[in-house]
Ligand binder design. Sequence first.
Ligand code: IFM
Length: 460
Amino acid sequence: MARSAAGTDGVDRIDGADRGERLTFPAGFRWGVATSSHQCEGGNTANNWYAWEQAGHIKTGERAGLACDWWRNAERDFDLARDLGLNALRLSVEWSRIEPRPGKWDGAALTRYRQMLVGLHERGIEPMVTLHHFTNPLWFEERGGFLAADAMERFDRFTERVVTALGDLCDLWCTVNEPNVYAVQGYLFGAFPPGRKGDALAVLRVQAALARAHAAAYRTIHRIQPAARVGWAQNVNIFDPAHPGNPFDRLAAGLQDATFNDFFPRAVASGRAAFPLSLVAGDLRAVQDTCDYIGVNVYYRDLVAFDLRAPTELFGRRFADPAGARSDQPIGAAWGEVYPDGLRRVALRVAALGKPIYVTENGVADAADRLRPWQLALAVRALRAAITAGADVRGYYHWTLVDNFEWSEGWKTRFGLVALDPQTQTRTPRHSAALYGVIARANALTPAMLEEYAPAALDG
Ligand code: IFM
């Protein structure tokens, strides 16, 4: 897909061939990378994912282990981000470190996070801090996770501690990462803890509970830090009808979209869930208007065909366009088409909420870096098209900086701009890292980059 593989002179060519119209971004645009605590820190033993790994639920049989060794030395990778010319980094704080037992707070953990945030500022990198990125303290999980009656209060107390301790070093907060993925993987597919399968009602209840927890956190953060910018990160998958002219395919695609993509944004926009989801969601009025920005994590597109034999999938059979690009794949499942233009479509769609937008994640599993340069160039182009069309996009956080522990896939799929050998902790930048650095430093995409990495895009 990319015309040239990593070459020693690749970056020079990009800089040197800067002719024609540059696709520039607004001044102050954030070029970052996104990460999460359990996937990077290493040594987390007090959360539900540690227990899940010990119980043998990772498809490869692997464990996060030392991960990217961030608890001891995140600064090594902060140096990498700085050297690439990035000005933003999204990381999460690990609740199980900060509150290892109910009501017992670990000041040393907060001190380490302070060090990390100071380290980012010293390198000219603005932090975005996520409060919940998939992992729960074991004690919280054992009480029923977000389905427990006091989950919201517990999460709110944690939020208060974190913001009080770190608020002078961060004013850009992401309450919850991908509530839809957390709910679907944990309660429908059983691939994430607690490993429940086929519980569609729980999928809705968990998202509703997370929406209420998000809203409480939003208010708490603003009470402590009135000028804070608070949002959440929504995973938005593109569902297109397999045959756009077929009304049943359109209906099936619309159902997937309404249940997976739309529940949380609708709760924030209107304080309600769509009927009939509202029958199980409970009271969402407090959720209305609780974001200062909307974060979107955008990866794949699925085509959806109406299929009476697929009642558990809401009569929609999902598949990737056979002509589309495919990333490295998970074990025993399938990820959709790699679809960079999804960024433009999603940004324009969420622009209707009238809030600034951050792309809080976008990337591709691609150990050989055969697709990533192409994906990166077209994603940036799509983002610029969305801005030109009026979307207020403020930043792009590529997932991810260094290969990390990919949940139930273990170490098999590689999303990093930089390759990691978790055994030796050796880091080897992929070509995409240099390309992303050039884009970030220039705050622009040049026609030469498109010609180099996505020549077909220039034909259209
Ligand atoms: O690694 C994950 C991340 O934790 C959440 N969003 C998708 C990424 C890639 O699958």
